[in-house]
Design a protein around this ligand. Structure first.
Ligand SMILES: [Zn+2]
Ligand SMILES: [Zn+2]
Length: 298
């Protein structure tokens, strides 16, 4: 399998001279399976450049789009994804939904006339929407598993395996704290409901889900110092990210969803601190910080 990162920034696009190396586009990652079949992970603004590349190839596109959750930074590139406007292309969009809003609306309500000039019926490609909860299924000939992670409202993580290789994508996830969870009253489908119902340890569920992955792409939004002020916002500090990778025995960790206030230099510093921590603790996995344009072979 091959990965290419088109957007690595969390929360909001951050163009400018201080973010040119890691990039300013919000999350979108191209995953190519063994026979070049395409799975797109999230539709942040990075998906626009991926779409332009797909259009230049002039071939019909049949792909799956896995949405982690409908926060703006994971869907806002979709109305600018040109291949969705081209007849003959086909996209199956997977993601979670809740009792109030169906998956299709979670993605396309942002194209309401008030907010956007083109509507859903301007999209000439064949679009299929497939809501998923925690389950296992096949896409092309890859095995896919999903899990609810700890993020406001709900968010899914994806585990994709083909042959003996596995990639796990968890873009937004916060260390689970039972005390904090009890203060959250609006219980959506997701990890908090699961916790309240089963009383299992949700962090352990994540470690088990990620177990032995070749590549783990995981939220590393904050420094531990920043996290103290931002508990409950749904994101990880890098020490937790390293802990997930170590507990799950992954081979390679990709630091992802960089905070919009972090410049290239800040991300460099976080990356250097992660490398030092990995050495100090004797962890065995490799670590990289996701950059726009970065490619990984798995
Ligand atoms: Zn996000
Ligand atoms: Zn989010």
């Amino acid at each position: 399998m091959r990965l290419r990162f088109w957007g690595t920034r969390g929360s909001i696009p951050t163009p400018g001279k201080d973010t040119v190396r890691y990039g300013g586009n919000t999350p979108s990652t191209e995953l190519r399976l063994k026979n070049n079949e395409l799975i797109i992970l999230d539709a942040g603004t990075g998906i626009r450049n991926l779409g332009d590349k797909l259009c230049r190839s002039k071939k019909p596109v049949k792909a799956f789009l896995f949405i982690s959750h409908p926060h703006w930074d994971h869907i806002q590139g979709f109305p600018f994804f040109k291949p969705a406007f081209v007849a003959g292309n086909e996209f199956t969009i997977l993601g979670g939904e809740n009792d109030k809003v169906a998956l299709q609306n979670l993605i396309t309500d942002q194209m309401n006339k008030i907010y956007f000039p083109l509507q859903m019926n301007d999209l000439q490609a064949r679009l299929k929407f497939r809501p998923v909860a925690e389950e296992e299924f096949e896409v092309f000939d890859a095995q896919v598993r999903t899990i609810y992670v700890n993020h406001p409202t709900f968010a899914l993580g994806y585990r994709i395996s083909q042959g003996n290789k596995t990639i796990v994508y968890i873009s937004d996830n916060e260390p689970f704290d039972p005390v904090l969870a009890q203060t959250i009253h609006n219980v959506e489908p997701g990890i908090i409901r699961e916790y309240l119902e089963s009383n299992g340890d949700p962090n352990q569920r994540i470690y088990d889900f990620v177990r032995d992955a070749d590549v783990l792409i995981h939220d590393a939004t904050y420094t531990p110092e920043e996290y103290r002020e931002r508990q409950g916002w749904g994101h990880s500090h890098y020490l937790f990210t390293l802990k997930v990778a170590a507990k799950a025995n992954v081979k390679r960790l990709v630091l992802f969803h960089h905070d919009p206030s972090h410049t290239d230099r800040t991300v460099d510093q976080i990356f250097a601190k992660c490398k030092a921590e990995i050495r100090k603790r004797g962890y065995k996995f490799d670590c990289v910080a996701a950059r726009e344009g970065m490619e990984l072979k798995v």
